[in-house]
Design a protein around this ligand. Sequence first.
Ligand code: SF4
Ligand code: SF4
Length: 208
Amino acid sequence: MKDFLPKVNSYIKEAFSAGKYLFDGFTVTFDHLRRRPVTVQYPYEKLIPSERYRGRIHYEFDKCIACEVCVRVCPINLPVVDWVMNKETKKKELRNYSIDFGVCIFCGNCVEYCPTNCLSMTEEYELATFDRHNLNFDNIALGRLPTNVTTDPSVKPLRELAYLPKGVMDPHEVPPSDVRVGKLPEEVYDWMKPEVNDNRDPAITPKN
Ligand code: SF4
Ligand code: SF4
């Protein structure tokens, strides 16, 4: 009897502890049941990238003036602008332009600073290749129109999980005609404008 009671006591403590661990485990499991899925059935389904997605760069050869600003602002001087000087016209003649997407960090500096807007970031993100040298895009490859998830009939475009309506757990349930939750960047800017103007410090407000 003397040994029996401590043993029962220890057994109850262990049973209680095991129950607590089970409860903790189920808490995590049930918590995940309420969360949105984070995977899609790629490549049959694809997420629609956000408006400011920085994908493969598109380049327009005819607009480029070979100024090399894109090279100077690139953190790794990546774009290769191949031009020759025409001695008769005393103007640069562009021969080729290339960007190696195996090295590019998609920072968008070149797009931001190009004076003729001949560079733009697309929403194309499928750049996988078996040979890294194939990632070096010349002006013809860069000029190809980008693929688009929403216009590709072979895939089902899914709305970004972050933009699903409140309470909707599954992106498959939302009809494409439904208004997108969240604001577009320009809408956010418009919405912020009065507030920004109201809170502006007169000391730092530029004078016209
Ligand atoms: S900055 Fe624009 S215009 Fe100038 S070389 Fe680069 S792509 Fe061409
Ligand atoms: S996106 Fe950035 S890293 Fe890539 S070429 Fe342009 S400036 Fe260079």
